[in-house]
Design a protein around this ligand. Sequence first.
Ligand SMILES: CC(C)c1cccc2c(O)c(C(=O)O)cnc12
Length: 468
Amino acid sequence: SDFEKTVADVFSEFQPLSLFLTKVAGIEDRFNNTGAVSLKDILSPLMGTLEASCQFNFMFDIPWLVKQYPKQFRDKPMLLVHGDQGRSEAEMKTDAAQFPHISLCRAKLEMMYGTHHTKMMFLLYDCGMRVVIHTANLISNDWHQKTQGVWISPLFPKLTEGGNTSAGASVIGDSPTKFKRDLLAYVQAYQVVPLAAWERHIRQHNMSAASVYIVGSVPGRHSGDKKMLWGHMKVKKVLKEAGPEHQKVGSWPVIGQFSSIGSLGASMDQWLCDEWLGSLSQCRGNMGTPLSHSKLQLVYPSKENVRLCLEGYGGGGCLPYSIKTARKQIYLNNFVRQWRADGRGRTEAIPHIKTYTRVSPDCKEAAWFIVTSANLSKAAWGALEKQKTQLMIRSYEIGVLFLPRHFGELESFPVGPTAEEVRDSDNVMLPIPYDLPPPNYQKGDRIWMWDVPCVDLPDRHGKKYCPP
Ligand SMILES: CC(C)c1cccc2c(O)c(C(=O)O)cnc12
């Protein structure tokens, strides 16, 4: 039964995809006992005996974060990688100063409007290391009543011989998805001294069991063969080389699901449907036929989704889509679908998770799946410039891409609408975080914008929404 399952049980039940949601306060136990973890679970001694950790993120509540570590690990060295500058960096330094084991590392943000969105943990144990790539800020609210995604790596054992000598260009202890090579390239892109030690730790571990691809974004104008390393061009490259066949999935819809939307251009053909969808609809054997934009579905909470959520209108505080941006791209209203997750008990847990996938018309199979920090924006995924010779990215992002072929020669992933189905299935099943197909917005409903008042109907706490 579900009572008294340890995090080790929860972890092993959801292998080999190792894709979890975060626990949500206030929903039925069964939706938290399977396929879901808390930050304390991830940091539990049952996952390994911690020696040191590195936390990449955007928002940090340092005293709260320290309390998520088991007492016996609260003095282990912790590096926080952030993008704060000026006053907020000063505040972070003040908070960190009270903890001698914590050091800070600021990521360079030289592109205007770039942010350090990446949410990742390096957990160094006495017997190996783990990588966790997720979507939650290191603040209590992000782990309380929201839907967040977490990929937890296998325990990567230490390489026996001097593993950190990389044999020329190739990397020792890598996987068929080149997980270690690409993770090293991502970490190296920061060019900051404190990460050199973590680069060495990564080199010294055998990551051959990693069955996902790294999909990272680093700020810059990437050209030549570096153009395919990051953002939507990395997805395009991997899907073209190793994705499912065009004749099988070429007509399947692509579904994007995210918690914010950038300025995407005055028409859908400028970036959304040509460039971005052009990359995410790539597949093997594709003769370049673009996917019709009727096959694009964008899951983003409506005003009613926010009004009825566990947090009430306040839940919309992590959905920073502004009316200023929205009114420049009304065409998005043709693509948006509601957030509904009855299968996971999370229809009322605002989605801060970001996922991208391609599913069969009958919603029973998925061609691939991505969980990432990247919202639907050019800053995150990149925008091609100079006659498509360079990819301009503003922010740091990271996610993982699951391809069926790396999970047992599958052509596609069977989709599991509930965590129990995934747990009890003998074959690999994708624990999809939301219900398929995503429902249309109801008549009279609208896209959630965080700077638009809601004074007609109260939320579950009897409140109206009057943003500052
Ligand atoms: C507009 C900005 C400051 C913002 C508002 C609300 C939530 C945000 C958030 O959750 C992230 C993130 O998770 O990386 C990043 N910016 C967020």
